[in-house]
Ligand binder design. Sequence first.
Ligand SMILES: [Fe+2]
Ligand SMILES: [Fe+2]
Length: 188
Amino acid sequence: MFKSLGTFGMVLLMVTALVMVGLGFIVGPDHPLPWIMLIIVIAIPFIHNKTVSNRYLVWKDEYSVGIEEMDNDHKKLLHLINQLQTAVHYYTGKEFEEKALDELVDYTKTHFKNEEKLMADNGYADLEAHKIQHKQFIDKVNHFVEQYKTNSDVTMIDTLKFLKEWLINHINGTDKEYGKVLNEKGIH
Ligand SMILES: [Fe+2]
Ligand SMILES: [Fe+2]
């Protein structure tokens, strides 16, 4: 019923606090306990929403590599990671999780091909080193997918964490390097 332990904990805490509010007002509104509990009940959804929203990736202008086509690819990758995050958080079912993961992996491969072609077409000197990073990433994701098939709960969370960190670091580091070089050649 509750895939997320955090969501279950929040509901349990709210129910407990509501009971305490009720009991507190029976004791008397002069007692501070019901008021403290009331504040907790009101604050819990805000804290929970903040915690959940932190799990989603939001595109920032500083992620731009200065080439519109690649930025659009990266935005789509962020969207697909968030889609996977939603599937995991709201437990839409293993089938949807697998579909979201497959879609993300497929699009990542497409993006890598687009990016490598762009670099090759423009004689980018560090192409081979960049391709190695892409290959290592795909190998690692394939490893996660294999693990997911045998232990879905644990590895999907690990997979998401890895995907988010790797993607943002790669865009901000390695991708921006080719962006700068190609920008200097007039490619935007
Ligand atoms: Fe890249
Ligand atoms: Fe990229």
